[in-house]
Design a protein around this ligand. Structure first.
Ligand code: C2E
Ligand code: MG
Ligand code: MG
Ligand code: MG
Length: 278
């Protein structure tokens, strides 16, 4: 019976599990409403040079719920991934980011700010992904190198050659590619050199204890050396203290992102923050 009657009728082992499923279906439903009511917002987290100049912003999605207020991605991205809504969410983010790049291109100083956008594996692997990027940068007249896509190592669990081909198509358009959360997933140095990357983002988990933990120190030092030898820019994410920043500086890290500088900010606050650091 359960087999024929669809997902809402599947019988579960216990109430807790059923409650989780109910909650997921509810979130899924509400997320569709969020899309149509334009409740998805972009927040921006500054990325700064060693000298404290702003270079780029990472775009991070927030759900501005009419009752619950601002909801962070950890509370809805897992559901969106499972339901496939991540493709729609990614599309909305891409559209908003391209629109912002268009507006910034007309503002002195801001016209040199790049935006870095997270792309989920599902979104990247969807057949129309490259075309949708192409369409949006055309629609908004975005200079392609102002748009950076953050991909994660989990992509390489899929068909590696297919993934590389897609990345190369993006590179050909002029889009920059960053490898996010580097070191946490499936990383092989021999694969790394085959990828058309411009940037490596060192995961926050290596930065957190970098002052006390000699292993983290060694890992970060090696990562920066590898990146340098491959001509890739390094970004440290999750920099929270001046001590961490100084150590990373000594190691030669190029770009810094973290609460030491700023949390992700709503547009107006980001623009005010950035205006001082152009
Ligand atoms: P991520 O791409 O690794 O983004 C960095 C996360 O670290 C952000 O969390 C940011 O707020 C947080 N962070 C930055 N600096 C610090 C710091 O100094 N300390 C601490 N404790 N945290 C810091 P957020 O905004 O909650 O996003 C979480 C994840 O959700 C992102 O991780 C990314 O994987 C995903 N995500 C966010 N926006 C999007 C999106 O538009 N599309 C997709 N596919 N995924 C997104
Ligand atoms: Mg990211
Ligand atoms: Mg990251
Ligand atoms: Mg991370």
């Amino acid at each position: 019976e359960a087999k024929n009657s669809g997902r809402n009728c599947i019988r579960f082992y216990n109430r807790k599990m059923q409650q989780n499923v109910d909650k997921q279906i509810e979130t899924e439903h509400q997320l569709n409403e969020a899309f149509s009511r334009n409740e998805i917002e972009v927040h921006y987290q500054p990325q700064l040079s060693m000298q404290g100049k702003i270079k780029a912003a990472e775009a991070l999605c927030r759900w501005n719920h009419p009752v619950k207020g601002l909801i962070t991605p950890d509370q809805f991205i897992p559901v969106a991934e499972m339901s496939g809504q991540i493709i729609k969410l990614g599309d909305i983010m891409l559209e908003k980011v391209c629109n912002r790049l268009k507006i910034w291109s007309g503002i002195e100083g801001f016209n040199n700010l790049a935006i870095s956008l997270n792309i989920s594996v599902k979104q990247f692997m969807s057949p129309s992904f490259v075309q949708s990027v192409e369409e949006k940068i055309e629609k908004y007249g975005v200079r392609p190198h102002m748009l950076k896509l953050e991909l994660t190592e989990s992509l390489f669990l899929d068909n590696f050659d297919k993934v590389v081909k897609k990345m190369n198509r993006l590179k050909k358009i002029g889009i920059e590619i960053s490898l996010d959360d580097f070191g946490t997933g499936f990383s092989s140095l021999s694969y790394l050199k085959k990828l058309p990357l411009t940037q490596l983002k060192i995961d926050r988990s290596f930065i957190r204890d970098i002052i006390e933990d000699d292993n983290d120190k060694a890992i970060v030092r090696a990562t920066i050396a590898i990146a340098e030898s491959m001509g890739l820019e390094t970004v440290a994410e999750g920099v929270e203290t001046a001590e961490q920043k100084e150590l990373l500086e000594d190691m030669g890290c190029k770009i810094y992102q973290g609460y030491l500088f700023s949390k992700p900010l709503p547009l107006e606050e980001f623009e005010a923050y950035a205006a001082d650091k152009l």
